[in-house]
Design a protein around this ligand. Structure first.
Ligand code: CO
Length: 139
């Protein structure tokens, strides 16, 4: 396994609108992408560009959203996951599984339109980790 670029840091929030104001007014973000719904994942997402990466703001969408549980324990929101890029999603899945890491489900299309999967935080030093195939037009 070769460590790839940090694509984004996922941050859960009870309100994307409030978080956009925070990143713009307090942190000085100037490039804030249009929020969009991902109904299959139960989330609304908004990317905030930083000079070297992105923040992925994640708000629950619908009653069954997995983010409700996170916000129950962290009512203000907070850091939710880290996302690293790999060149080949299926090779990465096989490598993590060969090391006994619990991959959560099959690769699926993520917020950037390329395949992703998550790895259980208990196998990753407590960090929910997203692995994402590098977009073909990136870097
Ligand atoms: Co993410």
């Amino acid at each position: 396994m070769k460590l790839g670029p940090l694509n984004h840091v996922g941050v859960a929030t009870p309100s994307i609108d409030d978080s956009i104001a925070f990143w713009r007014d307090v942190m000085g973000a100037t490039v804030i992408r249009e929020p969009f719904d991902m109904p299959e994942q139960g989330v609304k997402v908004c990317f905030v560009d930083t000079p070297n990466s992105q923040i992925e703001l994640i708000e629950p969408l619908g009653e069954d959203s997995p983010i409700h549980g996170f916000l129950k324990h962290n009512p203000l929101g907070g850091q939710h996951h880290l996302c690293f890029e790999v060149p080949d999603i299926h090779a990465a899945k096989a490598e993590f599984e060969a090391q006994g890491k619990r991959v959560l489900g099959e690769p699926r299309i993520g917020a950037h339109g390329t395949p992703i999967f998550f790895i259980h935080p208990k196998d990753m030093g407590g960090v929910l980790t997203e692995i994402m195939e590098t977009p073909k037009d990136a870097h």
